[in-house]
Design a protein around this ligand. Sequence first.
Ligand SMILES: [Zn+2]
Length: 157
Amino acid sequence: MATFPLPFKPTLSYSAGGRRFGANRDGGKRKHAACDLIAPKGTEIYAVEKGKVTYGPYLFYRGTYAIEFRLDSGKVVRYCEIEKVASGVSVGSTLEEGALIAYVGKMYVDSMLHFELYAGTGSGPLTVRANPPYQRRADLLNPSDYLDSCALRTTTP
Ligand SMILES: [Zn+2]
């Protein structure tokens, strides 16, 4: 079983409203490519499974950053709208399941983890503006069921 990426399950469902995967953006011209996990700035973010940091951190949205993490299972997670990565985490880092990888960032008002999941069968950049409506690589997945299946972290790796 994978580990939930935050120390708690958010009060506001990540599978409802504007937080859900597929919610409209830009008046319907674009769709939300992630689940938004509402949490205070600075909340710890964990590796959902064992994997390796492959790219980042890089500027993502409104002063927040993203980091890409390839799971040993082959799937790719992009942790977005983060404040910063954890100490010692950089490209090439191998992290055990449940390891601290980053911290939740804050945009103008909101703070959350924007959690993107990919099957890992594609190649190239994850953001593809020319691929509507998600503007993401073709192997993008709805992460709701995956997040539902995660257990809260109980031990520190
Ligand atoms: Zn989002």
